[in-house]
Write a protein of this length. Structure first.
Ligand SMILES: C[S@@+](CC[C@H](N)C(=O)[O-])C[C@H]1O[C@@H](n2cnc3c(N)ncnc32)[C@H](O)[C@@H]1O
Length: 138
């Protein structure tokens, strides 16, 4: 698990969940680099916080660091096409107000992955508002 050093300096929730023997907690800056040689990089509700430049930087770091057959797995809301009501829309405004984030359409994710040297290979809807997007090196 990677988060900023000041965030992981004290991670009581993980201790309470009794999972620290099954994971390594790493302090770092994902926009600079991510741990090397992982089979999968799970990025859940993180890209939505960031504009395209930073989101691409994170995905590019994963693409550069991953094992040969590695994958990037993004768990996030997708902005649906059309004008029907969707939970994604107020979140899009919230992300815009918060930083330069956004909720992305499938086409926008395809472009983002491609800009990072990745190919979006699968999108799996879930019962939650989130979808699972899978990417491999292009
Ligand atoms: C929206 S939260 C993640 C939510 C969580 N994955 C979930 O699904 O509940 C975004 C996280 O990114 C971390 N973060 C922000 N900037 C970062 C950076 N440059 N490097 C690593 N982690 C960062 C924040 O500290 C925060 O924990």
């Amino acid at each position: 698990m990677l988060d900023l050093p000041q965030v992981v300096a004290d991670a009581p929730a993980l201790d309470e969940a009794q999972v620290t023997d099954r994971c390594q907690v790493i302090g770092g800056d994902m926009l600079a680099s991510v741990p090397a040689d992982a089979d999968a990089y799970l990025i859940k509700r993180v890209l939505m916080d960031w504009g395209n430049n930073d989101a691409t930087a994170l995905l590019r770091n994963c693409a550069a660091a991953m094992a040969k057959e590695g994958k990037v797995i993004v768990v996030e809301m997708l902005m649906p096409a059309g004008n029907d009501p969707s939970q994604a829309k107020p979140f899009d405004i919230l992300m815009l107000l918060n930083q330069s984030g956004r909720i992305r359409t499938e086409a926008e994710f395809r472009e983002l992955f491609a800009a990072a040297g990745l190919r979006l290979t699968r999108i799996i809807p879930t019962a939650s508002p989130n979808s699972i997007l899978e990417g491999i090196r292009a």
